[in-house]
Design a protein around this ligand. Structure first.
Ligand SMILES: [Zn+2]
Length: 284
């Protein structure tokens, strides 16, 4: 037994050092692993915290961009409202207004998200383009009509000698309608086109004597009668103020003068409406 104990002890003493060595190595390995784990964990913590900081920055940047966009949209809305107001004013001045120009209240209020607000803005812009197209067309039409109106004086010194309307016929005792204005002028005074247009007729025409009829478009025509001489022919195009004839006393006339008529779709109009500045020399 003693021998066995001795051997056991000997064996124990022999094994204790390698055992300690193994234990030390195992502990060292475990510590190493723990240390590595700590380092890794620290690294990931750093990475994670860095990532979250970047995320926060990104979110803040996004918020700033959104705020800027919202502000920009607000400015655009204010400007388009201004445009709509100007269009509305123009439409009133031009005397036009139909369903295409019906104004709607400002829908892009602050309660909308950015994409809805942008969509509404796009819709309002499209409507404005449409409205402006209508306004431009109306304006061109009115401009053309204005240019067609026989508003230029047919004589350089227009002395009105007879007014438009019912009067006693100077060549008889009857009471009859005078379809135009008479301007007294010396024989041979140039007669000028009251507006540009096409010469419809130029020649002798019953009581009108030598006369010219000009067509100005839009159903408007002007008529110059009792001339001594005609300077244009049917089919000619004349410009406003162009000399087309010379004052005479041809046809039913009591003396040299110009009989000036304006017709719309064949119906006589008072030329005084167009020649508003012509003074009345002597009414009859
Ligand atoms: Zn007359």
């Amino acid at each position: 037994m003693k021998l066995a104990k001795y051997f056991n002890g000997l064996l124990g003493q022999r094994l204790i050092i390698p055992g300690l060595l193994v234990l030390t190595l195992v502990l060292a390995a475990m510590f190493g692993a723990w240390w590595q784990a700590q380092k890794q964990s620290g690294h990931w913590q750093l990475v994670l915290s860095d990532q979250s900081t970047q995320q926060v920055h990104a979110v803040r940047r996004g918020e700033r961009v959104q705020q800027n966009l919202a502000q920009e949209l607000g400015h655009l809305q204010a400007r388009i409202t201004q445009l709509e107001n100007i269009s509305q004013d123009l439409a009133l001045r031009l005397g036009v207004g139909n369903s295409a120009m019906a104004w709607q209240p400002d829908q892009a209020g602050s309660g909308y998200d950015l994409s809805t607000a942008a969509a509404l803005l796009r819709h309002r812009l499209a409507r404005q383009e449409n409205v402006l197209g209508h306004l431009a067309a109306a304006w061109r039409q009115q401009l053309a009509l204005q240019q067609a109106l026989p508003t230029s004086q047919p004589l350089r010194k227009p002395l009105r000698s007879s007014a438009f309307g019912w009067r006693h016929n100077p060549l008889g005792a009857s009471y009859r309608m005078h379809n135009g204005l008479d301007f007294a002028a010396p024989l041979g005074t140039p007669i000028k086109a009251a507006s540009g247009g096409l010469v419809l007729r130029a020649g002798w025409r019953g009581g009108y004597g030598k006369s010219i009829e000009l067509f100005h478009g839009h159903g408007l025509a002007s008529h110059y009668a009792h001339a001594a001489r005609l300077l244009v022919r049917a089919g000619d195009i004349v410009r406003t103020g162009q000399t087309i004839a010379l004052v005479g006393s041809s046809g039913h006339s009591t003396g040299p003068h110009l009989h000036f008529e304006v017709r719309l779709a064949g119906y006589v109009l008072d030329p005084g409406m167009f020649l508003a500045t012509a003074p009345l020399h002597a009414g009859r």
